[in-house]
Design a binder for this molecule. Structure first.
Ligand code: NAD
Ligand code: IPM
Ligand code: MN
Length: 352
């Protein structure tokens, strides 16, 4: 039996995760899946009322008792320093050593692409975002804070181990999934220490994969090519911060953040699945958020757990709903969050 921790989180998180969970439960019925869901109330509300963000012992408990974690989003306007989100989300990414942030950029329907004359085959690549270091390590500090002479330092940490394992994961993925090219993106022309390490490591690792084309692009020109010719990409590998930015750009190519799924993975260990989007406070409680990103995230999680048939079934049902415009307003439909979730589940039923 697979054990799944569900952390709905803040804002629209609970609304979209509720649809994802109902979809998982139906897929379980249809495919006879063997999993158990346990919900945790970690998020802004708990933090504001009890002072606890990630409870003591939570990471050890997740590692020992669970196979996967499904989360919504963390972020609340009442927590202005975002402390609870850093403790919970980045705490799990780093504390569970989830070094691969896998973010597929896949167009579900040509109509949704903001670029002229593109079809589904033009937007179909995956991003391997380094997920445990870089600019996300909270090393640094302030000197003379609040004064006109203030200094703020934020360190960018790149380790040989961290860089090598994410680049290797990208090449392994390319090989296993029939992808022909891995593009590594950095800013080594300016960040001549940290990103030169990326450049050197990429050259060394790529030499071990003679069957895969290795390409290097500076991140500024990568951003241009993502818009002008997204079809040239198969697998992109990059650091934590650049990966964050280019995957929202990638979400734009897919039709918006309402559609983008992701997995925070340490192969063979408990891994965390979450939509790329955040808590979208403006939409919270209104039943308008698109549940597709969360539903596709749940499908990625099933695939990770080896339940591939069920994962494919969910993807197909989502594609059919998008085609039929049975969706929320962000991608041109007229449905509420709950109705869009229901429409996906009707398609799943129909395919039984
Ligand atoms: P956001 O992703 O929450 O929303 C940005 C915009 O994207 C929204 O205004 C909306 O137009 C669109 N959008 C996002 N999700 C959508 C959905 N499901 N359906 C339809 N449209 C959707 O980003 P933000 O406004 O920059 O951040 C809000 C809060 O979320 C902040 O506190 C931020 O730190 C946090 N955040 C959390 C995560 C996470 O937990 N993984 C990710 C990103 C942002
Ligand atoms: C994401 C988010 C997070 C990140 C924030 C909320 C810490 O933007 O998952 O893309 O920057 O990684
Ligand atoms: Mn982001």
């Amino acid at each position: 039996m697979k054990r799944i921790a569900v952390i709905p989180g803040d804002g629209i998180g609970p609304e979209v995760i509720s649809e994802a969970v109902k979809t998982l439960e139906l897929a379980s019925q249809i495919h006879g899946l063997d999993f158990e869901l346990t919900t945790f109330d970690w998020g802004a509300e708990k933090y504001l009322t009890t002072g606890v963000a990630l409870p003591d012992g939570a990471l050890a408990m997740l590692s020992a008792d669970f196979d996967a974690i499904l989360t919504g989003a963390f972020g609340d306007p009442r927590v202005t320093d975002n402390k609870h989100a850093a403790d919970i989300l980045l705490g799990m990414r780093m504390g569970l050593d989830l070094y691969i942030n896998l973010r597929p950029i896949k167009l579900l329907n040509a109509r949704l692409c903001p670029l002229k004359g593109r079809d589904r085959s033009d937007v179909d690549f995956v991003v391997f975002r380094e997920n445990t270091e870089g600019m996300y390590v909270f090393m640094g500090g302030n000197f003379k804070k609040g004064s006109p002479d203030e200094i703020a330092i934020q360190e960018d940490v790149n380790t040989r181990k961290g860089v090598e394992r994410i680049i290797t994961a990208a090449f392994d993925y390319a090989r296993e999934h029939g992808r022909r090219r891995v593009t590594m993106s950095d800013k080594s022309n300016v960040l001549t220490y940290g990103h030169e390490l990326w450049r050197r490591t990429f050259n060394e690792v790529s030499a071990r994969y003679g069957d895969i084309e290795a390409e290097h692009l500076y991140v500024d020109v990568l951003a241009m090519w993502m818009v002008l010719d997204p079809g040239r990409f198969d697998v992109i590998v990059t650091n934590n911060l650049f990966g964050d930015i280019i995957t929202d750009l990638g979400a734009g190519l897919q039709g918006g953040l309402g559609l983008a799924a992701s997995g925070n993975i340490n192969p063979g260990q408990v891994s965390l699945f979450e939509p790329v989007h955040g808590s979208a406070p403006r939409f919270a409680g209104k039943n308008v958020a698109n549940p597709i990103a969360a539903v596709l995230t749940a499908s990625m999680m099933l695939e990770y757990l080896g339940m591939k048939e069920a994962a494919k079934g969910i993807e197909a049902a989502v594609e059919q709903c998008v085609e039929a415009k049975q969706t929320t307003g962000d991608i041109g439909g007229g449905l509420k969050t709950t109705e869009a979730g229901e429409a996906i589940r009707r398609r799943l039923h129909a395919s039984e």
